[in-house]
Design a protein around this ligand. Structure first.
Ligand SMILES: Cc1ncc(CN)c(N)n1
Length: 219
């Protein structure tokens, strides 16, 4: 069994729980309060800027040119791929770069991104990938679930979010991370795997807290 398959088993229950969280559920059903979504967009935009920096650590922490290129590609996928969805929503919801810059990060957001950056700062390429894996992969799982909810893709506001996270481009960017983890993680020790699993589970728990934070609009 591949490392990512073992990792998935360790968080499956947490991830399936996301689908029952009010923010995630109401987004699929199209009943989510727009103010909550607006709050989420601002916080998530701030989150993604830090998330991109976690990948950038990967460029710094390897001497392998091919891996450097892959990490650089992942930075690009966030800044010029995933964040395009956010930019479209920001324009639609009247959110300016200025408003994003002057809005403080909510406590959960700050704590989550600080944790990822700390792992990246202390660790090597595999730990860096572990800090971003739950983020990338769990959104794909949610997107692929939501695309099957009747009316979710056609929804005038939330449809684009569902399309973005269920798209082939997004799945390809996640696959790139998964493949990299499996290649680098082929011969790790049980101790290393326990540490990586701990990072993965903690990030998955942070993902849950982020959804709760967005629904409660909690600063
Ligand atoms: C908090 C969070 N987690 C994950 C993703 C998907 N990359 C996101 N946009 N925001």
């Amino acid at each position: 069994m591949k490392l990512t398959e073992r990792l998935y088993k360790s968080v499956e229950d947490i991830w399936m729980g996301y689908l029952d969280q009010p923010f995630v559920k109401e987004l699929a059903e199209g009943t989510l309060d727009v103010e909550k979504f607006r709050f989420y967009m601002i916080q998530d935009y701030r989150y993604l800027l830090q998330y991109a920096k976690v990948f950038a650590f990967g460029v710094i922490k390897t001497e392998d040119p091919e891996l450097m290129r892959r990490f650089a590609g992942m930075v690009h996928d966030v800044l010029d791929g995933e964040m395009n969805v956010h930019k479209t929503y920001m324009a639609r919801l009247g959110i300016t770069e200025e408003e994003v810059a002057k809005t403080p990060s909510a406590l959960t957001n700050q704590s989550y991104t600080s944790y990822m950056l700390d792992v990246a700062n202390k660790g090597g390429p595999l730990e860096i990938l572990m800090a971003v894996l739950a983020c990338a992969w769990s959104y794909q799982v949610i997107g692929e679930h939501h695309v099957k909810v009747p009316g979710a893709v056609e929804h005038p506001l939330y449809g684009e979010w569902v399309q973005g996270y269920s798209s082939k481009e997004y799945a390809d960017s996640t696959k790139e991370i998964i493949d990299c983890v499996d290649a680098l993680g082929e011969n790790i020790t049980p101790e290393q795997e326990a540490y990586l699993t701990d990072i993965f589970v903690k990030c998955s728990r942070y993902e849950k807290l982020f959804w709760d934070m967005a629904y409660a609009m909690e600063m």
